[in-house]
Design a protein around this ligand. Structure first.
Ligand code: NAP
Length: 306
C-alpha cells in the first residue's frame, strides 16, 4: 500500500480525495496537513513541513490547496522524496509547473498533474468514436453558478486563482484529450467584475491543428440549469459530451458508459504511474488559459459580491 498524505483539507479533498483513498486498493491515508481542518482517526498536522518531518514513511502526497501555493508545497514534497499528486490546475503559472516536472525527474519521483474531467466516463469513449472522423467544428458551453460551487473562495478571484477558468479549464482538459494535435487559441474576450482580479466570464475562439473552429463560452453567472457541454460536429454525425463528460450522446442517442468515477480512476492512474516510475504532466489546458490571459480583450462588468 502507498502511504499518502493530503494537504489542504477543503471542498475537493473532503468531497472526492478522502472517499477515493478510502476505497482504493493501492493507497492508505496516513496523515493530513491543513491549518483549519482535520480528518477523523488520521494523524493531523498544521502544514506540510510538519507532516514531512513527523511522517518519514510517507510515500506520496496529494496537494489540494489553491493553485497559488502549490508550487512551494510540491517542491518541498519532491525534495523529501515523495511522489506528488497535483490537483488541477497544476500551478498558477506554466513556468512553475515546468520547474516541478524537472525537479521530479531529477529526484526520480512521480509527478501527476491531474485533470479530473479527463477521467469522466464519456471522455475515452468519445475520443475513440472521434478517432476516425473528420471534425468540422466544436462548441463548448461551460456555464455554472459561482455562488453555488465556490462560495466564499477568495483565492479563486485573486491573481493565479483563474476565476471562471477554474471550471473552464476542465472543459479545456477534455478538449485537448479529444482532439488530435495541438489546439491553438486565436482570440479571447474576458469579462472582469470591477471589484475582482479574475474573470467571471470568457469567450475563446480556437482551432484544431486541422483547422476546425472551436468556440468556448465560460460563464459563472448561470442560475437554474447548469451546462457543462461539448458538442463536436463531424463528417459522420454529432457527438455531445454533457454533464462535464459523464453523459455521451451520438446523433442524440445516449451511449452506454463504463461505471468508473473520476477520482477512483485518478488514484488508480497515480498508482500505475508510481509503479512504472513515470510522471504525467500535460500543461496544454493551462497553456490555453495562459494564452487567453496573454491575448484576451478585457472588459469590466458589474461588481461581484458573494
Ligand atoms: P477550498 O475549499 O478553498 O480548499 C482549499 C484548502 O486549501 C483550504 O480549505 C485550506 O485549508 C487550504 N489552503 C492552504 N493554503 C491556502 C491559501 N493560501 N488560501 C486558501 N486555502 C488554503 O478549495 P477547493 O474547492 O477544495 O479547491 C482546491 C483545488 O482543487 C483548486 O485548485 C480547485 O481548482 C481544485 N478542484 C476543486 C473542485 C471543486 O469542486 N471544488 C473540483 C476539482 C478540483 P486550511 O485552511 O485548513 O489550510
Amino acid at each position: 500500500m502507498i502511504r499518502i498524505g493530503i494537504v489542504g483539507l477543503g471542498k475537493i479533498a473532503r468531497d472526492q480525495h478522502l472517499p477515493a483513498i478510502a476505497e482504493s486498493a493501492d493507497f492508505v491515508l496516513a496523515a493530513t496537513a491543513s491549518r483549519n481542518a482535520r480528518a477523523e482517526d488520521v494523524a493531523a498536522y498544521a502544514d506540510l513541513d510538519a507532516m514531512l518531518a513527523a511522517e518519514p514513511d510517507l510515500h506520496a502526497v496529494a496537494l489540494c490547496q489553491p493553485p497559488q501555493v502549490r508550487h512551494a508545497a510540491a517542491r518541498a514534497a519532491i525534495a523529501a522524496g515523495k511522489h506528488v499528486f497535483l490537483e488541477k490546475p497544476p500551478g498558477a503559472t506554466l513556468s512553475e509547473v515546468e520547474d516541478l516536472a524537472d525537479a521530479a525527474a531529477q529526484a526520480r519521483v512521480t509527478l501527476f498533474a491531474s485533470w479530473h474531467s479527463r477521467f469522466a466516463a464519456g471522455v475515452e469513449p468519445a475520443r475513440a468514436w472521434l478517432a476516425d472522423k473528420a471534425i468540422e467544428r466544436i462548441a463548448i458551453e461551460w456555464k455554472e453558478d459561482v455562488r453555488q460551487w465556490h462560495p466564499g473562495q477568495d483565492w479563486i478571484w485573486q491573481p493565479g486563482g483563474l476565476g471562471v477558468f477554474d471550471p473552464g479549464i476542465n472543459a479545456l482538459s477534455i478538449l485537448t484529450r479529444l482532439v488530435p494535435g495541438p489546439v491553438r487559441l486565436e482570440e479571447a474576450q474576458l469579462a472582469f467584475p470591477e471589484n475582482r482580479e479574475a474573470p467571471i466570464a470568457a469567450t475563446l475562439a480556437m482551432r484544431t491543428s486541422a483547422g476546425a473552429p472551436i468556440c468556448a463560452t465560460f460563464d459563472w453567472r448561470q442560475t437554474g440549469r447548469q451546462s457543462w457541454n461539448i458538442e463536436v460536429k463531424t463528417d459522420a454525425g454529432v457527438l455531445l459530451l454533457a454533464d462535464g463528460g459523464n453523459t455521451l450522446l451520438i446523433d442524440g442517442a445516449a451511449q452506454a458508459l463504463p461505471g468508473e468515477a473520476e477520482y477512483p480512476s485518478l488514484y488508480a492512474h497515480f498508482a500505475r504511474l508510481i509503479a512504472e516510475r513515470r510522471s504525467d504532466v500535460d500543461v496544454s489546458p493551462l497553456r490555453l488559459v495562459a494564452d487567453a490571459f496573454l491575448t484576451g480583450r478585457r472588459s469590466s462588468t458589474d461588481a461581484f459580491h458573494d
